[in-house]
Write a protein that binds this ligand. Structure first.
Ligand SMILES: *Cc1c(COP(=O)(O)O)cnc(C)c1O
Length: 389
């Protein structure tokens, strides 16, 4: 079975990382340096997750209200609530993963912060967004959890707003066991405030936590084997009568993925991936374009948007089912292809019909950096067969 996601590290990376410290150290200093370099932003703070980075950023931000796209990761609203902010959801005017400037217009009020999101690595209309926000006195933080390496009109996503945050979750471009993240900014005052928040709240991860994370990472690497993956899928999903572990429930207290410092051993897993950063992006971009061009005949699902400028770093290939998504999923699984479900559970009010229609219809094709040409052919065949029935 083609897995829904495979990590971008191997056993040897984990073996090399395992002896390293639970505290920040030389590897984490180097990761931060490389991120400063890539993003061209002078201040970078490594965090235990993308949501953890947003939590710190928002705690360091004045103003009570945070404007959030209605269709996005539910962890964004969770982080805002945990940071003591009031989330305000901006509905999408169409069934588009990214928002348009018009979607923001009704909500632009002085003192708010907008989380501008480049969903799944697809470049958002960020220039128009920052212009509209600037005129209204709204601060823009860019969510590049899914869009590290994406460019918009030649400029890197994350460099348009007052700050950005990224993620090293297993489903993103760069993977740390089992999560990690960063915030970055050119604003020294904001950075100092964020550092103070981090200093006051973050602690070293426990020995138990490190062992559990390394153990889970070994399992994830092991699951690259198709037979083991098939067994895992049956145990974890089919027999348990569920298709995703995503619950959509928002936590009311910050967990380890908010409060554990990003460790040196985790940074050691990330480092080699930063060497291969441009390569990974090129491969993913080419696969994205290939899948899009070879799947134009599909009628049961809608394809994701075109990367017209060849400048995105896509981490998902979502399709939108117009009828029974679970039926489509199960028939795909029967033919040897798994799907991911993010984001099926969203935090926006149910009255936000566009966002909920996207969430109800979305399925992610397997789309990791390890995808082989043969797997791509298999996926195209499976999806073509699903049209016929
Ligand atoms: C993954 C993701 C997040 C959260 O990142 P974590 O590292 O899982 O906390 C936030 N926003 C978007 C758009 C994401 O894709």
């Amino acid at each position: 079975m083609i897995p829904r996601a495979r990590p971008n590290y191997r056993f040897k990376d984990l073996l090399k990382a395992a002896p390293k410290s639970r505290d920040p150290g030389p590897a984490s200093a180097e990761v931060a340096e490389r991120l400063r370099d890539i993003l061209g932003l002078p201040y970078v703070l490594l965090t235990p997750s993308g949501r953890g980075a947003l939590y710190i950023l928002l705690k360091a931000t004045p103003g009570a209200e945070v404007l959030i796209p209605s269709y996005t990761c539910s962890a964004v609203a969770e982080a805002a609530l945990l940071a003591g902010k009031q989330p305000i959801f901006a509905e999408h005017g169409s069934l588009s993963y990214n928002q348009s400037v018009d979607d923001l217009a009704p909500h632009l009020q002085d003192g708010r912060t907008y989380i501008a999101t480049h969903q799944y690595g697809f470049g958002a209309p960020i220039e128009a967004m920052t212009d509209a926000c600037r005129s209204a006195g709204v601060t823009v933080y860019e969510d590049i959890a899914a869009a590290f390496g994406t460019r918009v009109n030649g400029r890197l996503a994350g460099t348009f707003g007052a700050a950005c945050f990224g993620s090293f979750d297993t489903t993103k471009l760069v993977n740390a066991p089992l999560k990690g993240g960063f915030l970055a900014t050119a604003d020294p005052d904001l950075f100092r405030r964020a550092q103070n928040v981090a200093q006051g709240e973050l602690r070293t991860m426990s020995v138990m936590r490190k062992m559990a994370l390394i153990g889970a990472a070994f399992v994830l690497v092991g699951l690259r084997n198709p037979l083991l993956y098939k067994a895992f899928h049956t145990l974890n999903f089919a027999w348990r009568g569920r298709a995703t572990a995503e619950s959509g429930e928002l936590r009311t207290t910050p967990s380890e993925v908010y409060l554990d410092k990003f460790a040196d051993w985790q940074a050691q897993v990330v480092l080699p991936q930063l060497d291969g950063f441009e390569d990974t992006i090129r491969r993913r971009r080419a696969n994205y374009q290939l899948l899009r061009s070879r799947l134009q005949h599909l009628r049961k699902v809608a394809l994701p948007p075109e990367d017209a400028g060849s400048e995105w770093a896509p981490i998902r290939f979502p399709v939108l089912c117009d009828d029974d998504k679970m039926n489509y999923y199960e028939r795909g699984v029967g033919k040897g292809m798994d799907f991911g479900f993010s984001f099926t559970k969203i935090a926006a009010p149910t009255a936000h019909v566009s966002a909920h229609t996207i969430a109800a219809g979305v399925l992610n094709l397997p789309f990791d950096a390890a995808l082989t040409p043969m797997e791509i052919e298999t996926m195209i065949n499976v999806l073509t067969e699903l049209e016929a029935t």
